[in-house]
Design a protein around this ligand. Structure first.
Ligand SMILES: [Zn+2]
Length: 326
């Protein structure tokens, strides 16, 4: 008989180890891959994700009650993939598996992190969405899927060692209208101040992994987007496609910049840093302050409302006094 220790349902639900968030945040090593089958089993019970919707373009594993979501995802996928093929100029044939997690708990159990709305595991062609953060507005689902599919496409076309993390993330944001899967910890853009204070990361330091702390991670996401947008503004989107194509053909990032853009990566990086400080950077700084201004406006409105309330109260009291007079 020996010792038999009863394990309750609760312990079964935490059977899977917590995923290594840092690994997935880096988006590079995807050590999570090894854990996925375990996580999936762990998540299977609370998710009851036993329904699968398959089309020639996508496979959606979903809770039975989320059939309508699965159908929406299936319907939008072919157009997103076609759009990415055109935008990225790469040949890839992805048929993603999408898991729309119905709530935060399920998202975490599948390996999602706080402050993320989705994540992709390229070698599994897997995309996990936190539907609790994406249902409204509806456009969010389309753009988030596009962002995650972009990661899958880039990784399929370009070997991992030739795809710097900043280019992976920056290109995915460029392809999805600037959206990322990371919800910033602060409402304000960190880039303008970091650039002004000379506190930007070297792109080299963002090639393998991103920082793990909230502010560092946010700045890494902003820098990636800003640098790729700068490339497109300065050289055109055809040049970005050429760059991706030469990486896909086997060039290193340094070679790819020299071959397709005729400039050294270090020189473009220096130019980009300069552009963040140069004329017009005050505008970027202002854009970064928009949220701050909105909060300020909201605060003013509150003060204004309070002042009007005081006024009204005073008038009311005056009225009362008048009534008391006779
Ligand atoms: Zn991303």
């Amino acid at each position: 008989m020996g010792h038999y220790i009863q394990t309750g349902a609760a312990s079964k639900r935490v059977a899977g180890p917590r995923p290594d968030h840092a690994a997935r945040a880096s988006g590079t090593r995807f050590r999570l891959l090894a854990l996925l089958p375990v996580l999936w089993l762990a998540a299977a019970a609370p998710l009851r994700a036993d329904a699968v919707l398959q089309t020639p373009h996508v496979r959606i594993v979903h809770a039975p009650e989320s059939k309508h979501r699965a159908e929406r995802i299936a319907a939008m996928t072919p157009a997103i993939i076609a759009d990415l093929q055109r935008q990225l100029g790469l040949s890839f044939t992805i048929r993603p598996t999408v898991v729309p997690a119905p709530n935060r708990e399920a998202f975490y159990q599948l390996g999602g992190r706080p402050w993320f709305t989705a994540f992709a595991v390229p070698r599994k062609q897997l995309v996990v969405l936190d539907m609790s953060r994406l249902d409204r507005p509806a456009g969010d689902i389309y753009t988030t899927l596009k962002h995650e599919y972009a990661h899958l496409a880039l990784h399929q076309a370009i070997a991992r060692r030739r795809l710097p993390r900043w280019l992976d993330e920056g290109t995915a944001q460029w392809a999805s209208d600037g959206l990322s899967e990371y919800l910033p910890t602060t409402q304000r853009a960190l880039l303008p101040q970091a650039a002004a204070a000379g506190r930007l990361f070297d792109l080299d330091d963002l090639a393998e992994t991103f920082p793990e702390d909230g502010q560092g991670l946010q700045l890494a996401y902003e820098q990636s987007r800003s640098f790729v947008n700068y490339l497109v503004r300065r050289f055109g989107d055809d040049a970005l496609r050429l760059l991706l194509q030469s990486l896909s053909a086997g060039a290193s990032p340094r070679e790819a910049f020299e071959v397709s853009l005729d400039i050294r990566l270090a020189d473009v990086e220096a130019e980009w840093r300069e552009s963040l400080r140069g004329p017009g950077s005050w505008l970027a700084g202002l854009a970064g302050q928009v949220y701050g201004l909105l909060f300020f406006a909201a605060a003013l409105a509150t003060v204004g409302a309070y002042w009007r309330f005081r006024q009204r109260k005073r008038l009311y009291r005056a009225g009362e006094d008048e009534e008391d007079e006779p």
